[in-house]
Design a protein around this ligand. Structure first.
Ligand code: KG4
Ligand code: ZN
Length: 352
């Protein structure tokens, strides 16, 4: 089985081809970072327009690199949500057109499930596994029980961790996207220099909160001479921020691991997924946290942590081989929780 996947839900126009023997035949990612940089964040209208301009060429390039044509494919997968709706629409319309014209099965993939199942493409991880999903829009702990089957243990009651990285970077004038910039700056910093809070640490549940951490970074800058961070201050703040985030993740993972092992004594794996999983410091911390709790950490290669088409093609393939497909009437979903039964947490605007 060979499946083609398209991802356009944020600021990467991406397409990929994967085979059911876990071969990644092509993975083309066109980043729009330069389009958004002047604005310090992703501008939805610009993203949608850029996806529209790029998607045909990116799709053609993925097929060319894979050395396959539409006749060789067994299905078309696309991110159907959640994400910036303009971009999702561009991908979904493109995928539907391919499916219709070439008479191929069409499957709409939950972007979060794309991240969640990547470790099955890269490392053949078996269900069930504990999953930490950390991206720009989400921060959740889930049990992955099967394709399309997730139980949410915890989520953030305010900001996602990637968002806190991005906002802290902005406060420190490190530019956009913030995650990689903070990671880079932290290499020259002292993680003990600034005492930042560890929000939610020690709590009985598995939830997160990162808005206070970002605020603490801002307040620390305001207390500096002239209210400005020197490059060394910025490096120290970045290192201190990462140390705080690492402590919180390790604590929340320990709590979730206990629940996971109670529910699934046979479970042995912690998977980390999403853009923040590209952070080397946090990967090291999570590796240790997993080991302390009797689990083995699986973290996909960094290029497959941030948004890409391979994760969508693979998740689509997993659904297709279970006989699932969507009709061409599928409507993009700006919100699409992995566990629709999870009770709401936090305030009304908290992320699902
Ligand atoms: O999964 P992703 O590419 O897009 C979403 O679905 O959100 O994640 C993007 C997020 C951004 O907040 C970005 O700053 C963060 O992942 N990120 C990182 C790193 N690389 C990307 N955060 C920390 N360290 C990194 N190296
Ligand atoms: Zn993502």
């Amino acid at each position: 089985m060979i499946v083609f996947g398209i991802e356009t839900s944020c600021d990467e126009t991406a397409a990929a081809v994967v085979a059911d023997d876990r071969r990644l035949l092509a993975n083309v990612v066109l980043s729009q970072l330069d389009d958004h940089r002047p604005y310090g964040g992703v501008v939805p209208e610009i993203a949608a327009r850029s996806h529209l301009e790029a998607v045909d060429a990116v799709a053609a390039e993925a097929l060319r690199r894979a050395g396959v044509g539409f006749a060789d494919l067994d299905g078309i997968a696309v991110t159907g949500g959640p994400g910036l709706i303009g971009g999702v629409l561009v991908g979904v319309m493109t995928a539907k057109a391919f499916a219709l014209v070439h008479g191929l099965p069409f499957v709409a993939v939950n972007h979060l499930e794309g991240h969640a199942l990547t470790a099955r493409l890269t490392d053949d991880v078996a269900f069930p596994y504990l999953l930490l999903l950390v991206s720009g829009g989400h921060c959740q702990l889930l049990i992955a029980e099967g394709v399309g089957r997730f139980t949410r243990l915890g989520t953030t009651i305010d900001d996602a961790l990637g968002e806190a990285f991005d906002k802290s970077a902005k406060i420190l004038g490190l530019g956009f996207p913030g995650g990689p910039a903070v990671e880079q700056a932290a290499l020259q910093g002292d993680p003990q220099h600034f005492a930042l809070p560890r929000p939610m640490k020690g709590r009985d549940d598995c939830h997160f909160s990162f808005s206070g951490l970002k605020t603490a970074v801002r307040q620390a800058v305001e207390r500096l001479p002239g209210g400005r961070a020197t490059p060394q201050d910025a490096a120290d703040l970045c290192a201190s921020f990462q140390a705080a985030a690492g402590d919180v993740l390790a604590d929340r993972v320990a709590r979730a691991a206990a629940l996971f092992r109670a529910a699934h004594p046979e479970g042995s794996t912690l998977v980390v997924a999403g853009g923040v999983a590209a952070n080397r410091y946090l990967r090291t911390r999570l590796d240790a946290a997993a080991a302390e709790n009797g689990l083995k950490l699986v973290a996909p290669p960094i290029a497959l942590c941030t948004d890409n088409g391979a994760m969508i093609a693979w998740a689509g393939l997993e659904h297709l081989r279970l006989g699932r497909r969507d009709s061409l009437d599928f409507r993009p979903r700006p919100r699409w929780p992995l566990d629709p039964d999870a009770p709401p947490v936090g305030y009304a605007g908290a992320k699902a």
